[in-house]
Ligand binder design. Structure first.
Ligand code: BES
Ligand code: ZN
Ligand code: ZN
Length: 475
């Protein structure tokens, strides 16, 4: 699985792909194919297969003008088509000859190509028969920088890892397994991991996390991941909080199975995203101080499960009337958001598969965002969303939406009226913050019902590239 990106002077045996546009100077390199290529450009073909002696070469025809997010995405999508051809050829290596002026084109191609190589096969006995053979994508004599290649490798590895964490079902990914996966990746990528045990979580009185975990046979975990470079750009850390519900049955407010509970191994996609971001930042050696907080548990009914009507006391002392045990994400996120205060953070992001309302509002093509951070931060996040095609749609946090989260018998309730559920959930979370904060509801794009070019069916790894881009560009 996966590929490594490399820069080489000359290509070795493999699948040769030439990227060009109508405007690029391809004629000196591919003069013998002049007629075919001109015809391909004319007919707006995307990939041409040409005979070179007894072997084949391939030509990808792109538009060099990257005016919109869609233009860049078209290059990633073209790379996905090329991946399918290289897979069919059983190639181990793709040699990428970029004849376009800009090396942004080859970087986008690499992104789409790399993300297409994902496979989740290790539970299958026939995995070797069905797996692709690709091992590397070589930038042949490209002006792309070593730094950019390092970032591309880091980002790809992190996204693949996040996809794996999400695709792994509860039978293989309990809260403890998730914490162990963080520790293993931390060793490999160079970030530190501290896992708080159930005992510690109890002594800290994280009432939200403990309530969700009450019906479980497995203990909860609270993982603290940190990347602290010697010379960080930011004085105060950026804190990332990720929802780590390793399985959401709904608890006693039980979910129905078809197209609902059966997808809920993915309810830790926020956790996978934030851990992936830290891993990418560490592997790329970015000069930003980042901490991730991951509260994790499954949510299930049992004789001892928390019940609708319970009043629980959160980590920060807030009391919450639980009106629906399926609105569990906000309970454990709230404890982590309160915990984040101790770091005096510059900025906090949280990511969560939080609400069905977010899916209904924006579908699988975007995440719903809202928060108290500066307008500029929101704009920069939107720009990162466009650049990575992991787009975000801002929603308001008007006080009106908060009213329905009050309770007559406690400080808050966890349910709301059902209208604008992604916003009322956001209002609930806001109560536990006192710093600049952005909430990212990834319920739609994190787990796909069917493949969408380089995003396979199942876990998409959404958000890793989004926040990695944001952190790279953060002043
Ligand atoms: N994990 C779900 C949200 C979800 C739904 C994620 C669909 C991905 C796809 C969350 O815990 C949940 O059940 N939310 C409820 C909240 C409601 C009871 C206030 C929802 O959105 O229905
Ligand atoms: Zn739920
Ligand atoms: Zn959930």
């Amino acid at each position: 699985m996966g590929v490594i990106f490399k820069k080489v002077k000359e290509s070795k045996a493999g699948f040769d792909l030439y990227l060009l546009s109508a405007k690029s100077a391809w004629k000196s390199v591919l003069s013998e194919y002049k007629a075919s290529i001109e015809a391909g450009i004319e007919k707006k073909r995307q990939v041409l297969t040409l005979a070179k002696g007894d072997r084949l070469i391939y030509v990808g025809i792109v538009s060099e003008e990257l005016k919109s997010a869609e233009d860049s995405e078209a290059i990633r999508n073209l790379a996905h088509s090329v991946f399918n051809m290289a897979k069919a050829e059983e190639s181990k290596r793709v040699n990428l000859h970029n004849l376009c002026k800009s090396n942004e084109i080859s970087a986008l191609f690499a992104e789409g190509f790399g993300l297409s190589t994902y496979e989740f096969l290790h539970h299958r006995k026939d995995q070797e028969k069905v797996a692709h053979q690709l091992e590397e994508l070589c930038f042949v004599d490209d002006a792309i920088s070593a730094k950019k290649i390092k970032e591309l490798n880091a980002q790809l590895d992190a996204t693949m890892w996040a996809r794996d964490l999400v695709n792994e079902p509860l039978s293989h990914m309990t809260a403890m397994d998730l914490a162990k996966a963080f520790e293993a990746k931390g060793k490999q990528s160079g970030f530190s991991v501290d896992v708080l045990s159930k005992k510690k979580i109890q002594s800290l009185k994280m009432g939200g996390l403990l309530a969700v975990n009450k019906g479980s046979i497995d203990p909860p975990t609270f993982s603290i991941l940190e990347w602290k470079p010697k010379k960080a750009r930011n004085k105060k850390p950026v804190v990332l909080v990720g929802k780590g519900v390793v399985y959401d049955t709904g608890g006693l407010s039980l979910k129905p199975t078809p197209n609902s509970m059966d997808l809920m191994k993915s309810d830790m996609a926020g956790a996978a995203m934030m851990a992936g971001v830290i891993s990418a930042v560490a592997q790329a050696d970015l000069d930003v101080h980042v901490i991730a907080l991951i509260p994790a548990s499954d949510n299930r009914p049992s004789g001892n499960a928390y019940v609708p009507g319970d009043i629980i006391t959160m980590f920060d002392g807030t009391t919450v009337e639980v009106l629906n045990t399926d609105a569990e994400g906000r309970l454990l996120l709230a404890d982590a958001l309160s915990y984040a205060k101790k770091y005096d953070p510059q900025l906090v992001f949280d990511a969560a598969t939080l609400t069905g309302a977010a899916v209904r509002a924006v579908g699988t093509f975007a995440s719903a965002i809202m928060g108290t951070a500066d307008k500029k931060v929101i704009e920069q996040l939107q720009e990162s969303g466009e650049r990575t095609y992991e787009r975000v749609v801002p929603f308001p946090l008007w006080a009106d939406y908060g009213k329905e989260m009050k309770s007559a018998i406690a400080d808050l309730n966890n349910l709301g009226s059902g209208l604008a559920g992604q916003i009322t959930a956001g209002k609930f979370l806001e109560h536990f913050t006192d710093y600049p904060w952005v909430h990212i509801d990834i319920a739609g794009p994190s787990f796909l019902p069917s493949a969408n070019t380089y995003r396979p069916k199942g876990a998409s790894g959404v958000g890793v590239r989004l926040l990695f881009d944001f952190l790279k560009n953060m002043k």
